[in-house]
Design a protein around this ligand. Structure first.
Ligand code: NDP
Length: 299
């Protein structure tokens, strides 16, 4: 049962879960085959299922939307309202699912050139996007009495790399035209994950809910196990695409184009370590940038 299952990550996860023999229902704003709508969820409650995942939310990098108050409000309400609806539906279900997985983001960790963050790192909100993560994750929490029936997971992905959506889809044309370049200084960390691995980590959480009943969610950082900078990413993408990457994109230009709070996602970054993800026994298919980028743009 997945909210936002029609999106970039949702489509990849759908393929993986179906290949593993699971039946999947998408919760969407639009009705359709294999889907229920959010209104139907509210009206009829949660259909019987083993796991629930929320991937729904207004796209943060929507190039068609100007960075203004209305857009910021939609970023919050689309995530928090859908997450609350699912948490309430789980709590009200006569047969609650074994797993409840919320996918948020690494924006909770303060950008830094030096600090390293694992899932154990303490953090407090410091800007708009970190406040969003705080409220979003809080809205997923189930009551303590649900701990024995439903394991809660929060997965915090970095930039998700895949051919059919997300940041790569917007980057491929400029890189192909030889206009790709580092963003800002290029020294900022670039936490990333291949889309297959993000889907893999979500499926891993669903299929291995674990024995320890806890009212706090298990957090997994959804990033590759290597640390890269924006410069390393840019140079490797250019090398694999056989295109020059000599034109840096100045930070002020990215800010003017995207709005300063949104531009931070690209011009600043965090060193994020997937400590608990690895301890959980998840094996990465694309643990390094070269293998990930060859899979995405190699041919
Ligand atoms: P997409 O934008 O591709 O898809 C999200 C889905 O959310 C859409 O298919 C849509 O489903 C639903 N949705 C969109 N707008 C709204 C809205 N206003 N109200 C309710 N639902 C809405 O996202 P991704 O698959 O790329 O990302 C999934 C989640 O992971 C998101 O929450 C995102 O913030 C997070 N994430 C993504 C990263 C990335 O690099 N892609 C990085 C870090 C975190 P429908 O039309 O069927 O209703």
């Amino acid at each position: 049962m997945r909210g936002g299952g029609s999106g970039f990550v949702g489509r990849e996860l759908m393929c993986l879960l179906k290949n593993k023999g699971h039946e999947v229902t998408v919760i969407s704003r639009q009705p359709g085959p294999g889907k229920i709508t959010w209104d139907e969820l509210e009206l009829n409650g949660l259909p019987h299922c083993e796991g629930v995942i929320n991937l729904a939310g207004e796209n943060l990098m929507n190039p068609l939307r100007w960075w203004n108050e209305g857009y910021k409000k939609d970023l919050f309400s689309s995530r928090i309202n859908t997450t609350k609806s699912l948490a309430q539906a789980i709590a009200g279900s006569p047969s609650p699912p074994c797993s409840w997985v919320l996918v948020t983001g690494v924006a909770c960790y303060k950008p830094s050139l030096t600090a390293e963050y694992s899932e154990d790192s303490k953090w407090t909100p410091f800007d708009l996007l970190s406040k969003l993560v705080k409220e979003w994750e809080a809205s997923a929490l189930l009551q303590e009495n649900m701990a024995k029936t439903t394991r809660q997971f929060i997965i915090r992905p970095g930039v998700v790399l895949g051919r059919d959506g997300g940041a790569m889809k917007q980057m491929l044309l400029p890189f192909w035209l030889g206009l790709g370049g580092t963003l800002g200084s290029g020294r900022q960390p670039f936490p990333w994950i291949h889309i297959s691995d993000l889907a893999g980590i979500i499926a891993h959480a669903l299929e291995h809910p674990g024995d320890v009943a806890s009212s706090s969610p298990q957090v997994f950082n959804g990033v590759a196990p290597v640390l890269n900078t924006n410069y390393e990413f840019t140079k490797e993408l250019g090398r694999i695409m056989r295109r020059p990457t000599i034109l840096p994109v100045p930070g002020f230009f990215v800010k003017a184009l995207m709005g300063s709070e949104r531009a931070m996602v690209l011009t600043q970054g965090q060193k994020v370590i997937p400590k608990r993800t690895q301890e959980s026994g998840y094996h990465y298919k694309y643990p390094d940038l070269t293998s990930a980028l060859i899979e995405i743009v190699g041919d």
